[in-house]
Design a protein around this ligand. Structure first.
Ligand code: FAD
Length: 370
């Protein structure tokens, strides 16, 4: 799927057309996945909507893998909901003291691993890279260069147009070994296989047992704890907080809840709040801000307000908003989240497999079509 964004109508047609068996066969190869994460992250479509569209033309068996991957998203969101700010800290300690920085070779796309260098360039240019690429880059930073996952996670998140703190930061922890306790190692043969390329003789071209004990390669020795800042342009507010004070009801959107189909009958003003404290500090690339504005512009007559959420606390009773774990401190009444598995008890599951077992035990997966 190309980088041209789809309207909601086009997106629905696209998702309905996905062949879930092809997805299962190709998902781990670069270019083999659906590319719908930006729509999900921006809240343009919910996980249950995606699942239901997939099941129109695929049996439950065929869709099993894709639904399983969608469930990872729900799992990380649940962890964020339950553990809150703790997701930004080490869930489990590492057996070594990580270096406080990120290799400059990663920032400069100069690691010597050709596919990864291409992936880093792609991340900077487009704001998207595939799952395996994310794992390889994070593995290079954390397991090979033995750096702290936090700096790498912030760096990658600053570019990702599907950037979500739960999926990103918890995946970095997972790769680093501070989530389940087992770290992920990138290896040249595995990179060659899933990128369909043939680099040989690199410092990753070794068996896993050797990589596990390898010294930090000279290419990755130099680190920095200063990640690039951006000159991205924050959109201008088209409304003031005072303009809203007499409104009986306000539909408040966030950069992660930009659903163009939300409450279609409502005549209340629709306002996208862009948190100045978060987006005003040159921490996000222009691609991220462009993504937010593209999705905002799909919502008719939406007004833009760049402010801190607390500036709206006087309007708490008038505001309605959709749920997202990253905005729990925003004012307003919150709608119930759109979940794949609302019946799964809200608590911390220490691994995806423990969460998945619960889903299966409660028989929440779609039934096979006859
Ligand atoms: C280090 C690292 C950082 C990541 N950061 C993010 C992030 O900021 N935002 C984000 O949405 N995903 C993130 N992911 C998860 C995953 O890489 C992306 O969701 C996926 O690459 C998006 O491409 P796709 O839509 O083609 O995925 P598909 O394989 O087509 O999957 C369909 C959907 O399922 C969900 N999904 C699939 N795999 C995962 C996963 N492992 N974790 C969570 N959800 C998943 C996504 O919503 C995705 O759009 C990260 C993974 C890693 C290893």
């Amino acid at each position: 799927m190309s980088l041209k964004r789809l309207s909601k109508k086009q997106l629905v047609v696209y998702i309905e057309s996905i062949n879930a068996s092809d997805y299962t066969a190709h998902r781990n190869y670069l270019g083999g996945s659906t590319r719908i994460s930006e729509y999900i992250t921006r809240g343009a479509i919910s996980l249950p909507q995606v699942r239901d569209l997939i099941l129109i033309n695929n049996s439950a068996n065929e869709a099993y893998k894709l639904i399983n991957e969608l469930s990872w998203r729900e799992y990380w969101q649940l962890v964020w909901r339950v553990r809150g700010e703790e997701i930004f800290e080490y869930i489990k300690p590492l057996p070594f003291k990580p270096r406080q920085g990120i290799p400059t070779a990663v920032l400069n796309a100069n690691t010597g691993i050709k596919v990864l260098d291409e992936g880093i360039r792609q991340l900077k240019q487009t704001g998207h890279i595939d799952n395996h690429m994310r794992m390889w880059i994070a593995g290079l930073v954390c397991s090979v260069a033995r750096c702290d996952w936090k700096i790498g996670a912030d760096w990658m998140h600053s570019y990702l147009i599907d950037g979500d703190f739960a999926s990103n930061h918890l995946s970095w922890q997972w790769v680093a070994g501070s989530y389940t306790g087992k770290a992920y190692l990138p290896q040249q043969e595995n990179i060659n296989k899933y990128s369909k390329t043939k680099q040989h003789g690199s410092y990753l071209d070794k068996p896993y047992e050797v990589l596990e004990k390898m010294e930090i390669p000279p290419e990755l020795m130099e680190i920095t704890n200063i990640i690039p800042s951006f000159d991205a342009i924050l959109p201008l507010s088209t409304i003031n907080v005072q303009d809203l004070s007499n409104e009986p009801e306000i539909l408040l959107y966030s950069p992660w809840t930009l659903d163009p189909d939300w409450l279609p009958q409502s005549k209340a003003p629709r306002v996208l709040l862009i948190d100045e404290a978060m987006f005003g500090k040159n921490k996000y690339s222009q691609s991220v801000l462009d993504s937010i504005m593209w999705f905002a512009n799909e919502i008719k007559d939406i007004k833009i307000l760049c402010a801190e959420p607390q500036a709206l606390s006087g309007l708490h009773k008038q505001i309605i908003r959709k749920d997202y774990p990253g905005i729990v401190d925003w004012p307003g009444r919150v709608e119930k989240p759109d979940l794949l598995y609302p019946a799964v008890p809200e608590k911390f599951y220490p691994s995806f497999s423990s969460f998945w077992k619960q889903v299966e035990k409660l028989q929440l997966l779609p039934k096979q079509k006859i």
